[in-house]
Design a protein around this ligand. Structure first.
Ligand SMILES: C[S@@+](CC[C@H](N)C(=O)[O-])C[C@H]1O[C@@H](n2cnc3c(N)ncnc32)[C@H](O)[C@@H]1O
Length: 399
């Protein structure tokens, strides 16, 4: 009888062909901490690693190992009493199923498709929703055709939501929210066509297997009725939509995560304010157009050194954008959020490619940020819209 473990080992350790392995199901009468282990190659700092994702019934843990450690971890994974082993390689799949008596049945299939070994970790990281894994959802929301291809007019949107989610995941807070003794509450503000809403719900509930109650909100009622039909077809009971302005929205439960992707103009401020007032753990937004501060900048003579910049329309506009997002980031920092501003996708996919990521970490009122905020505000002689929205929360800090 062929030693099935040796067969699995040989395929996984063959760098030239290995793509992915999934160990799952338990042998008769056996139990284990892990429901499933997924192994795949990744490249970190130019060194090939094997990435092990361990799934139990609530969460998953991911570890990367290189060299000897990878071999030891593989042996440990092989020692778990799994029943089914699927190994994908560029030359074909190997499937090993153990019978009730532990006898291995081995199936092989040759592949003629265009599999490539994805060992570039950055590339792998960027694909949170792979066309392979997310097919039913991608087809239901119209990103994928019935024959399994990402629609050509949806390529940019698919890239955007993947990158958006990758940066949400990168913050590392999802692991902590996983320990809550209740569903995670998520709000997507200005959800529009809801590609991000559906993608986030899919990712959190089906990939990370987290309990989630998510609401997409938008003023456009007509759009939302279509989403409700999609929810029914997918059977996603924890997802709902509400037709309301963000500023008027009174969530039944405080959101843990507030998202906004390209919510128009001050709708981004409304989303941030909703997150701050609810003390959400994560506030993540990619702003869209910026008009509010632009208007104020037009009414004041530019501060002396900037007159030469502000005389050019496009630079005036970009300065307004930069200042609006700088004020947003500073106000979040004042309110106790660790905040960064990053590019979330290349300009080829959208010009609106800036993301503000904020994680609640400390108490509000850090003097350094208050001073920076006041200095910037006084220099430009403007009042950001977000300051007005959270005036009560800012209280004594900013007067
Ligand atoms: C550019 S679309 C973005 C939609 C979606 N987030 C996406 O990225 O595909 C902006 C959406 O925000 C909605 N919106 C704008 N202002 C809003 C407000 N104050 N409250 C709720 N929705 C708003 C619009 O109706 C529109 O659907």
């Amino acid at each position: 009888m062929e030693d099935y473990r040796e067969l699995i080992r040989a395929n996984i350790l063959n760098e030239a062909i290995f793509i992915r392995a999934t160990f799952s199901g338990h042998q008769a009468g056996a139990t284990s901490q892990w429901q499933k282990i997924v192994i795949r190659p990744v490249e970190l700092k130019n060194i090939r690693h094997l990435q092990f994702s361990y799934f139990d019934d609530k969460r998953d843990i991911t570890k990367n190992y290189a060299g000897e450690e990878a071999i030891i971890s593989l042996e440990e994974a092989l020692a778990v009493p799994f029943r089914n082993f699927n190994i994908q390689t560029t030359t074909g799949d190997v499937q090993v199923n153990l019978s009730k008596k532990g006898k291995p049945q081995i199936y092989r299939s040759n592949t003629d498709d265009e599999r490539r070994i994805k060992t570039n970790h950055d590339r792998e990281k960027s694909v949170i929703l792979t066309p392979d894994s997310a097919t039913p959802y991608l087809q239901a929301v119209g990103i994928m055709t019935q024959d399994g291809k990402i629609r050509s007019d949806m390529q940019s949107k698919f890239k955007q939501i993947n990158e958006f989610l990758r940066l949400v995941q990168e913050v590392g807070e999802l692991d902590k929210l996983n320990t809550l003794d209740r569903p995670i509450h998520v709000i997507d503000c200005g959800c529009g066509n809801a590609y991000l809403t559906f993608a986030t719900y899919y990712y959190l509930t089906q990939v990370l297997e987290l309990p989630v109650e998510m609401t997409g909100i938008d003023v456009n009622r007509d759009l939302l009725s279509r989403h409700t039909q999609k929810i029914r077809s997918l059977g996603w009971e924890g997802l709902s939509f509400r037709a309301t302005r963000i500023g008027d929205f009174m969530p039944e439960a405080s959101p843990d995560i507030v998202l906004a992707l390209h919510a128009c103009d001050t709708a981004t401020d409304d989303a941030i304010a909703l997150g701050i007032k609810s003390q959400s753990r994560l506030i993540i937004c990619a702003p869209c157009c910026h008009h509010h501060l632009q208007e104020q900048l037009r009414f004041h003579p530019s501060p002396a050194p900037f007159a030469s910049v502000m005389r050019h329309g496009i630079l005036h506009e970009r300065m307004g954008d930069i200042l609006t997002d700088s004020f947003r980031a500073l106000l979040l920092r004042i309110m106790g959020y660790r905040t960064d501003v990053v590019q979330f996708v290349s300009t080829e996919h959208t010009a609106k490619n800036l993301m503000i990521r904020a994680v609640k970490t400390t108490k509000p009122g850090d003097m350094r940020f208050i001073q920076e905020y006041l200095d910037l505000k006084n220099f430009w002689r403007v009042t950001p819209y977000l300051e007005e929205l959270i005036a009560e929360q800012l209280g004594q800090f900013v007067v």
